[in-house]
Design a protein around this ligand. Structure first.
Ligand code: ATP
Length: 631
């Protein structure tokens, strides 16, 4: 009952009791699946935190987002099921097998923890409470500790720390705690929603405003989320944004939080296209350019004001220790007048003898962590395609033409190590076709077609923009783009595939409902060694029951389920309506003749192709020109 909840929240605020507000809010949010209602609760919750307990806002935000720090610190939650089962068993006096059986019945380890905890006659309930209640900073710092512990006997230390938290849990807390540790809070809060609520909460509290009229406030409520979202895409660090917000509110945020070397920005993404005609229709009347689309891994290279050099992945993870060779060579490629910068480039596997590009598959065999330069087997070459920051100044608002000029003035080619993305300013179908053929011949994926001049050619962080179009060779027949899907189940193999999985169940991600929706069964495109690799990796992730956030039809039930843990790139002949698969906003879209291409290590399950993306692709089959952006 919304009214009652509002009244009780108000009462609690009057009593200035943060702990009860948290409990009340969680209950409210858990009792609805309606997005707008959830938003309303969260906004009012943030408002209370800003007013009553601003020093806890940062940790509160992280807990809502189920994160412990920005991506580039490379510390993540996502504790394995078996470790959590061990911790729950230890605290509740049950055997791990009993907890597992319970899990098979209920399908949510959080619920299992809560039920086991609540039905248990603990020492504290017999002799009065001896465990201190949980607090936001306390839970946050324990979670951060759990996520960061590594090395020998780290498992035991993690279990101990989790058990300490569990012991203090009351009511629903164990449920949310375990879900958080699993890395999946599942209260229907996508990051964008959290940002909207945070922005609106600041407007409601009047922070940073001189008395707003009613009309002006309504305007600000609409505008503030846009400001926070755009600032966050340039500077994705709550550690920086929250203190600035607390100091002077949303209105002035842009002045305090700007692109900063050392904090990776969310990269601009490209829009898929299906034909050269579609490309030409889009760019008609604009100056545009074509670049080779290199087939490697995106690298965002930062040189900080203090001279330090860092490289970040597409997902904003710190890849500096993966590429010591890249860090080493940057100064050779940098001109003397170039100090701080942010460079957007593709890191591609490189054949030193033939001086030529190697396909992505070669790069994927390179070691990922703690790489020692003298032991590197897969050499790489960098292909720079954009410059986003130079000598203390952001270039995001400059046109691509200006950015490209600055890029070429600030860096120089170094044979076999550093180069600029090959480009050509073409104008007609034949020229694009010829350049596309040329790119494919040298092991590129195709072309990137970009608007070169004017306001539409600025760099748009985090946006899948129609000012960047990708044109792949195989787009010219079949579906416009490959899909990135999550493997959530497998079917036992037969015949030649007896000792491995023979086929897999794939799903797309729906951020609206925070669920994985099945899209197809796939058994094609795998080499024998692919199948062995998948078996080895996925065996560890097996679950006998599906997660409650898998949306599937029982006729497509696989032999085993997996925790969502890996993204695969898949190609398909086309998309069709299906009565049994659940992809694309409940319409049920499936893939025809899906074929496995590769593992996408640089994407997390939540970065998989979205339900909306699939719906869009389906629609595009019937309509060459698409006017809607996919965000
Ligand atoms: P997306 O990032 O768009 O979700 P994706 O990761 O599968 O999808 P693609 O859509 O295939 O990537 O293409 C965009 C990627 O292409 C960039 O993230 C970048 O790594 C790579 N790339 C290669 N060459 C270029 C170039 N000249 N300009 C921009 N990006 C390029």
């Amino acid at each position: 009952d919304k009214k009652a909840i509002k009244a009780s929240v108000k009462k609690l605020v009057d009593q200035k009791n943060m702990k009860d507000i948290v409990a009340d809010w969680k209950k409210a949010i858990d009792s609805t699946t309606k997005r707008l209602e959830i938003q309303e609760y969260l906004t009012s919750f943030f408002k209370h935190v800003i007013e009553l307990s601003p020093e806890n806002l940062l940790e509160t935000l992280y807990l809502c987002l189920n994160k412990v720090c920005p991506e580039y610190e490379n510390v993540e939650l996502g504790i394995g099921e078996s470790l959590l089962i061990k911790a729950i068993a230890g605290v509740t006096g049950r055997t791990p097998q009993k907890v597992k059986d319970e899990l098979a019945k209920v399908g949510d380890l959080g619920k299992v923890a809560k039920d086991s905890k609540n039905s248990q006659k603990s020492i504290s309930s017999m002799f009065g409470s001896i465990d201190k209640p949980l607090t936001i900073p306390g839970v946050f710092s324990s979670m951060k500790k759990i996520a960061s512990i590594s090395g020998q006997s780290s498992q035991d230390s993690k279990v101990k720390e989790i058990q300490n938290l569990l012991k203090s849990c009351r009511g629903d807390e164990a449920k949310f705690l375990i879900r958080s540790l699993e890395g999946k809070l599942r209260i229907g809060l996508a990051e964008q929603t959290v940002l909207i609520c945070l922005a609106q909460a600041f407007v409601i509290t009047d922070k940073g405003y001189q008395k707003l009229t009613k009309a002006k406030k309504a305007e600000e409520l609409t505008e503030a989320p846009n400001i926070i979202k755009s600032v966050y895409s340039e500077l994705p660090s709550y550690d920086k944004i929250v203190p600035a917000l607390l100091q002077s509110g949303v209105r002035n945020l842009r002045e305090h939080c700007k692109l900063t070397p050392g904090i990776p920005l969310k990269p601009m993404l490209a829009h898929p296209t299906k034909s050269i005609t579609e490309v030409l229709n889009r760019v008609e009347g604009h100056k545009f350019t074509c670049e080779f689309k290199y087939d490697g891994e995106r690298g965002q290279i930062h040189k900080l004001e203090d001279g330090n050099i860092k490289i970040y992945s597409r997902n904003l993870e710190d890849n500096t220790f993966k590429y010591p060779d890249v860090i080493e060579r940057i100064s050779k490629a940098t001109n003397p007048n170039t100090n701080s910068f942010v460079l957007d480039c593709e890191v591609v596997a490189w054949d030193l003898e033939k001086h030529s590009l190697l396909p992505f598959q070669v790069l994927s065999t390179r070691k990922r962590k703690d790489v020692i330069e003298s032991e590197i087997k897969v050499t790489v070459c960098l292909f720079a395609f954009d410059l986003l920051y130079l000598n203390g100044e952001s270039l995001l608002k400059k046109s691509l033409m200006e950015r490209r000029e600055l890029l070429q003035d600030s860096f120089q080619k170094v044979d076999d190590e550093f180069s600029f993305a090959q480009h050509m300013n073409v104008s007609n179908t034949e020229e694009i076709q010829a350049f596309l053929e040329e790119s494919v011949k040298v092991n590129c994926e195709g072309l990137m077609v970009k608007i070169l001049d004017g306001t539409e050619s600025t760099y748009e962080p985090s946006k899948r923009s129609r000012n960047w179009l990708k044109l792949k060779k195989d787009y010219l027949s079949g579906v416009g783009d490959s899909l990135d899907l999550v493997v959530i189940g497998a079917f036992y193999g037969r015949g030649k595939r007896t000792n491995v999985y023979g086929a897999f169940l794939l799903a797309c991600y729906d951020p609206e409902n925070d669920e994985y929706q099945t899209i197809c069964k796939i058994g094609t495109g795998f080499s024998d060694s692919d199948l062995e690799t998948h078996f080895k990796y996925l065996k560890e992730k097996e679950m006998s029951e599906p997660k409650s956030y898998f949306n599937y039809d029982k006729t497509t039930k696989p032999d085993v389920w997996f925790e969502p843990c890996q993204v695969w790139e898949v190609k398909t002949a086309d998309l069709s309506i299906s009565p049994v698969y659940k992809a694309a906003m409940g319409q049920g879209v499936s893939l025809r003749f899906p074929r496995f291409i590769r593992i996408r290590d640089d994407k997390k399950p939540e970065d998989a192709t979205t339900s909306e993306g699939i719906a869009e692709m389906y629609r595009r089959q019937f309509n060459n020109i698409n006017d809607n952006d996919i965000e």
